[in-house]
Write a protein that binds this ligand. Sequence first.
Ligand code: SAH
Length: 554
Amino acid sequence: MASNNGKLLIIGFGPGAFEHITERARQAIEESEVIIGYNTYVDLIRGLLTDQEIVRTGMTEEVSRAQEAIRQAEMGKKVAVISSGDSGVYGMAGLVYEVLIEKNWNPATGVEVEVIPGISAINSCASLLGAPVMHDACTISLSDHLTPWEQIAKRVEAAAAADFIIALYNPRSGRRTRQIVETQRILLAHRSPDTPVGLVKSAYRDREQVIVTTLGAMLEHDIGMLTTVIIGNSTTFFYEGLIITPRGYKRKYTLDTVEQALRPHERLRTEAEPWSLNAREEDWESEEEESATPETKTEPAHHPVSLALEALELLTAKGIVAGGRMTAAAQSPSPARTTLSILELGVAPGIANKKFSAQQMMQIAELVGESGEIEYTPHHQIIIRVETEDPSSIVSRLKAENLLVFPIGDVAQVKACDFCNLEKDEAIPIAEQLNLAIGGLKTPKELKVGINGCGMACYGAVLEDIGIVFRRGAYDLFLGGKTIGRNAHAAQPVAEGISAADIVPVMERIFKEYTEKGHPNERFHKFFKRVGRVAGFAYQDHHAPVEVDAACGD
Ligand code: SAH
């Protein structure tokens, strides 16, 4: 196979409109002597043709098209092989190379090949919908003519589970009608039915059609051979008929202020990106252990924390001070929301009181029923999960049994010892006041505040994020403990003898600084280390081991 100046120009001409064909693609079409492509494609670029010889072929003759193109190029002709969109995305590029390789083609001595990129449907269709792609995305072709269905289904499943934005190519044809139904079923196991979906047919062509719908409702609309289906991820939302996926900057930037809290060079520091790989590597193992605790496990893709917090705010606004966390089957920001949701909340007999009565246990069991869940946690509370349309009635029934009800997740939790079975009750009112002041309020990451009634600190207050130990009529304060992980450490003693009148206001100041300046997901000990000073208490890099008085009742 000798080179004789023949050339294969493998061209993607974009969605269809002339203005979306690249300059190089136009030139390549112009300089070619033969055009080979599917009939409809040749018609789409007809306006660019001059005297080229046209080899038209039907839809399924892709292999013969590639063979013919190579044959003509080997005869010394410049041959354009045209694909819509990009020729490297379910187009002709791979096939042409496959046929060449089959013939032992050598790039140095064989016919020259140039692949000319074009705008693929994922991009052209996205542009008509707003900005649905924006983040990690994948394309999946639902055509099982050349790919086994099991493999396609496996990819849909994996993409759904990994929260990719998905562009479905070849979603449906006259004969292939079940694939899109099956795909929707797989996706619904991972994503809310309210997930935004865009259906774009014939983008930038004559009969262009753009439909904005949801994953649950998408099959009610026309989907055909010329449609690309774009399915949002768990953060994608609707805005005025558009579909938008946030870029993710919200974590680092405040979108509605001109002045940013972090200066540009600060934004790139590891501590400003606690979600990054570098930040995670710092204490990789302990992070893994942390995420294994029941209250820190990652929300599944279809239960974003935002919804839980939104629902929590709703409960709180209704006057349920210690509310609950809601996770719903439907949670995207679309107006249509299903009402049956899972209420998730922590329940305890008291801040200091650790004893449930039989009556309380029976009430919990009755509310949770056969289908709900009761989970025992290491945090002085049990968590109940129950499907309900009326969370406030559940909360009030629990309260009627004198149970305390707490939101769970990234909120402050006040944990107290049992004050020697409530016999040493001096500090109990402070524990309760503190719970009223900050308990259940939203924090960047779960925040456990331990209060122990004597220097024994036998309920481990000094090991919590924040520890308060009552001793000799006043309070000692410990900040920044790391309870779990292989690099667990106690909190630093930062003050002794804080008066009963001062301790709650001091805690409120600490809480305020942490909630205002902490990064999302930043645990209190990391925050303390990063900012170096909280409410006037300085972080010490190498602090002495904590000494706690051993005498009980001191
Ligand atoms: N190479 C093409 C894809 C060819 S597969 C590209 O990169 O875009 C054919 C599928 O592409 C169609 O079933 C449809 O899902 C999608 N597609 C191609 N052009 C399109 C257009 N103008 N509007 C909507 N979808 C399109």
